[in-house]
Write a protein that binds this ligand. Structure first.
Ligand code: ARG
Ligand code: ZN
Length: 529
């Protein structure tokens, strides 16, 4: 039985080398921890960043990745009135009810009203041979209104049962809404526990904000990974799927012995029994749903220890037998984290690292504490970009997806700063070249985008140029004080452009606000930086 499972698994892995390595590992005796101790060299990575605009496009647009699985099909029609297309902008759908969505400008049906999630306990039994999960998600939540019913977001999969405070609850599904009716109404202010038991093969979804890549749980070339920004986490666990409702998480992943399962936060337990290994990951820091991640494959863990005494633990994951360049490229991480700490203060979580897929992705994504990169995106400026997101994007999240420039624009400015320092170029020259490119491509206002431009040039680089223009206006001292204050005021929470402008007004005055507004809102790119 064990051997048959092993052969099935090996056959399902498309990469021959990976399949041999996995089989060898599985056949080895007592493969408890895949943890490999490896101290990082003092030498920084030799992969040089370049600040040339033509060679540093937005991380998301470097290449078109090929999806390996079909985009998700829509769920069965149900009796309840289905939103036409649950991810589309408000203008093309009816508005959500309070239970159905939070009214985000781009994703009105994402998230759900009436409660606040405190904690997710996600238990996944994964069969990589058929890409199926048998799962339960237990949610601790606080009712913020009297509730006779409430919704969770879940796309695809089959729901077997739902309990609220241990009692069986009625449920129905339409679109990605899982509507739950507890046997007893919940009083506003009361805490409750909901458990959803479900299974099936997770299916990627077409997210209109990410037209270049299917979103959610993905199996590709013998590896399982999740890329869920903004909406894809509902392909593998039921949630209040909006960054305004952050929570703590425990993610427990059971896989066939020999495989490694990684996730967010700290690995708190790893137990092997009966041919299966369970990895338990925990984060006591708040996290948005889209940053929750699962990675399964024949990965090798590279431990670097804490950045400094009491500092974050640094560890990376690469596919076993990865080429040496892969590990070498990651050696820049401690230096990058230290660089961002200089600007923003202590790293906000317990751990950081990169997991490198054994294939190209065309982008990287800042999944909290363990960013995902393709083997084409382990470049120092992209590593710097995802590290910077841990402060801006992850600790400080957006309160609406239309605010995306505050993640990507600010973080792109930080990666450009890092890249200039790393490559010894003049940031002013680099920014002048970006400015020319923005004018050339008539990049529109980063705060006035359409949903399909969430990860486009304007958001990343007109957003970055906005900060550079502000810095030239205020001078370095005020600028860096403002950046730091922006982080400090919203650390662990969410923010928006209005709050940022209020800060600029307070610390740099009304002329600075006017300047920032012209960069964020004017149709044409401002003529001077
Ligand atoms: N936030 C990511 C970055 O800037 C972009 C991820 C885009 N891809 C996606 N599937 N959402 O690096
Ligand atoms: Zn980014």
């Amino acid at each position: 039985m064990r051997l048959r499972a092993l052969i099935r698994l090996s056959m399902s892995m498309r990469l021959r080398r990976l399949s041999i390595a996995a089989a060898a590992t599985l056949l080895a005796t007592a493969c408890g921890g895949a943890v490999v101790d490896e101290a990082p060299d003092a030498a920084p990575a030799s992969v040089a960043a370049t600040t040339e605009p033509t060679t540093t496009p937005a991380p998301t647009t470097t290449a078109a990745a090929t999806p390996t699985t079909e985009p998700a099909t829509t769920t069965e029609p149900e009796t309840a009135p289905a939103p036409e297309t649950t991810l589309a902008p408000t203008t093309t759908t009816r508005p959500p009810t309070e239970a159905e969505g939070l009214g985000d400008s781009f994703y009105p049906f994402m998230g759900n009203g009436g409660y606040d999630v405190l904690h997710y306990d996600i238990d996944l039994d994964v069969d990589p041979a058929v890409n199926a999960i048998s799962a339960s998600t237990t949610i601790e939540a606080l009712a913020t209104a009297d509730l006779e019913t409430f919704n969770l977001d879940l796309s695809g999969l089959e729901v077997h049962s739902v309990t609220v405070d241990g009692a069986a609850a009625e449920f129905s599904r339409y679109g990605h809404e899982l509507a739950i009716e507890p046997p007893d109404a919940l009083a506003s202010g009361s805490q409750f526990t909901v458990e959803v038991v479900y299974s099936g093969s997770p299916e990627q979804i077409d997210d209109p904000g990410v037209p270049f890549f299917p979103s959610g749980w993905t199996q590709q070339e013998g590896v399982i990974y999740t890329v869920s920004q903004p909406s894809g986490s509902m392909t593998w666990f039921p949630s209040n799927n909006h960054p305004t409702d952050k929570a703590t998480y425990e993610i427990r992943i059971t896989v066939p012995e020999g495989l490694t399962a990684a996730s967010n936060g700290l690995l708190v337990d790893e137990t092997t029994a009966d041919g299966e290994t369970t990895f338990v990951w925990r984060t006591d820091h708040l996290m948005a749903t889209y940053l929750a991640a699962v990675y399964i494959g024949d990965f090798e863990r590279i431990d670097h220890g804490p950045l400094y005494e009491g500092g974050p633990i640094l560890r990376d994951y690469v596919i076993r037998d990865a080429p040496p360049e892969v590990k070498l490229a990651l050696e820049v991480t401690p230096e990058v984290v230290a660089y961002m700490e200089e600007l923003f203060g202590p790293y906000p979580f317990d751990a950081y690292g990169t997991i490198v897929m054994p294939f190209p992705l065309g982008f990287a994504l800042e999944n909290q504490t363990l960013s995902i990169h393709g083997n084409d995106t382990i470049i120092s400026w992209i590593i710097a970009h995802e590290v910077a997101h841990q402060w801006l994007g992850n600790s400080v999240a957006l309160d609406d997806w239309s605010e995306i420039w505050m993640n990507e624009g600010i973080v792109s400015y930080l990666h450009l700063m890092y890249a200039a320092k790393d490559a010894g170029t003049d940031l002013n020259d680099d920014m002048a070249r970006w400015h020319a490119r923005l004018i050339d491509s008539e990049a529109g206002p980063p705060r006035g985008i359409e949903i399909e431009d969430l990860f486009g040039l304007s958001v990343y680089y007109r957003g970055a140029a906005t900060l550079h223009a502000l810095r030239l206006h205020t001078g370095d001292e005020v600028f860096f004080d403002m950046l730091r204050a922006h982080y400090d005021r919203s650390a662990g929470g969410t923010t928006n452009t209005a709050e940022f402008l209020a800060l600029v007004e307070e610390m740099a005055g009304p002329d600075a606000v006017e300047l920032v507004e012209s960069w964020l809102y004017d149709e044409t790119v401002p003529a001077t930086l």
